[in-house]
Design a protein around this ligand. Structure first.
Ligand code: NAD
Ligand code: LMR
Length: 339
């Protein structure tokens, strides 16, 4: 009996310690779209972080309930719920990081671009508010179509005269690297925690370019396998949309990916060096104005764009194929704000 109790106490101690590694700086983080399929598990993961002192949850529905539920968890972040447009301002005020999974997801047969008509104005309005209330905060945009919603947010910041926004607005493409690492580790029988593959380009179909030739550790594939795995990574979102059969798109893996991105960002903001994540940002690395590459994160957001690195011929071909679609998506986002 006693030993069972001792083991139980030890387990509680281990779990609590796992969530309470020392943290110097503490931050307010806002989640916009917090009641949704991504928003809820993402908020749960963030509630576990010792780097967050205040978790502010905004949505147009259900935030009082989600916030009340999360607030009972015995970790230190204070949780507040903010409901409806009149309360968006108080949610983002003072936030260091704003994560945006607000908007509709795909159903089978739709492309991400099909979400533009609904989601463009949602991101525009959130960016409008953030550009005025928390212009120095980092923005992590999850809402699709990311290829267009990031240009929308940037155009809003530009219109409102916010300088340096290029270093603070990120399209969250972490799920593409998470998937690439998972699929390639499985193919090669590797420890997935040690596999890292940069994914460049954008976040839809052929604009998703996994750079398998730069995998750590190095891996080699016959060309037909390389093509098959690349296509699986490019279609992985659709794989989930079809499996969910009308009930939405990736939510749990996306929440994991967004939390991974958020933790890297918060650690970098707190002065930890060497944090690198792939993200879709304003870029001068190619002829596209926005492009995902590995980004060195720092105290002020984007510290250094690490660029595309050396590509093999097959990957150069993928890049060429992606460019027209990516540039079309970017123009569509910019025109939405400018016209
Ligand atoms: P969901 O429908 O489950 O949740 C969306 C939430 O947004 C809902 O709670 C809804 O009330 C809220 N919302 C709607 N309009 C809002 C507004 N104006 N302000 C604030 N909140 C608002 O959808 P989901 O599965 O969580 O997906 C959300 C978005 O994330 C979709 O656009 C989806 O395509 C995208 N997504 C992106 C990635 C990526 O890799 N970047 C991955 C998966 C999903
Ligand atoms: C994903 O990659 O899972 C997301 O972009 C959602 C989608 O619509 O596929």
């Amino acid at each position: 009996m006693f030993s069972r109790f001792a083991r139980h106490s030890q387990l509680i101690f281990i779990v609590k310690n796992a969530f309470s590694t020392s943290s110097k700086a503490e931050s307010k983080v806002a989640v916009i779209g917090a009641s949704g399929g991504i928003g809820q598990p993402l908020s749960l993961l963030l509630k576990n972080s010792p780097l967050i002192s205040h978790l502010a949850l905004y949505d147009i529905a259900h935030t009082p309930g989600v916030a009340a539920d999360l607030s009972h968890i015995e970790t230190k972040a204070k949780v507040t719920g903010h409901l409806g447009p009149d309360n968006l301002k108080e949610c983002v005020e003072g936030a260091k990081l704003v994560l945006i999974p607000a908007g509709v997801p795909r159903k089978p047969g739709m492309t991400r671009d099909d979400l533009f008509n609904t989601n463009a104005s949602i991101v525009r309005d959130i960016a409008e508010c953030c550009s005025k209330v928390c212009p120095s905060a980092m923005l992590g945009i999850i809402t699709n179509p990311v290829n267009s919603t990031v240009p929308i947010a940037c155009e809003i910041y530009k219109k409102n005269g916010v300088s340096g926004f290029e270093k603070r607005i990120f399209g969250v493409t972490t799920l593409d690297t998470v998937r690439s690492n998972t699929f390639i580790a499985a193919e090669k029988g590797l420890d997935v925690s040690k596999v890292h593959i940069p994914v460049i380009g954008g976040h839809s179909g052929i604009t998703i370019i996994p750079v398998i030739s730069q995998c750590t550790p190095p891996v080699s594939f016959p060309q037909d396998d390389r093509v098959r795995i690349t296509k699986r990574i490019q279609n992985a979102g659709t794989e989930v949309v079809e499996a969910k059969a009308g009930a939405g798109s990736a939510t749990l893996s996306m929440a994991f990916a967004a939390a991974k991105f958020a933790m890297a960002m918060l650690e970098a903001l707190n002065g930890m060096e060497g944090k690198v994540e792939c993200a879709y940002v304003r870029s001068e690395e190619t002829e596209a104005k926005y492009f995902a590459t590995p980004i060195l994160l720092g105290k002020n957001g984007l510290e250094k764009n690490l660029g595309l690195g050396k590509l093999i011929e097959y990957e150069v071909g993928l890049l060429k194929e992606a460019m027209p679609e990516l540039q079309g998506n970017i123009k569509k986002g910019e025109d939405f704000v400018l016209k």
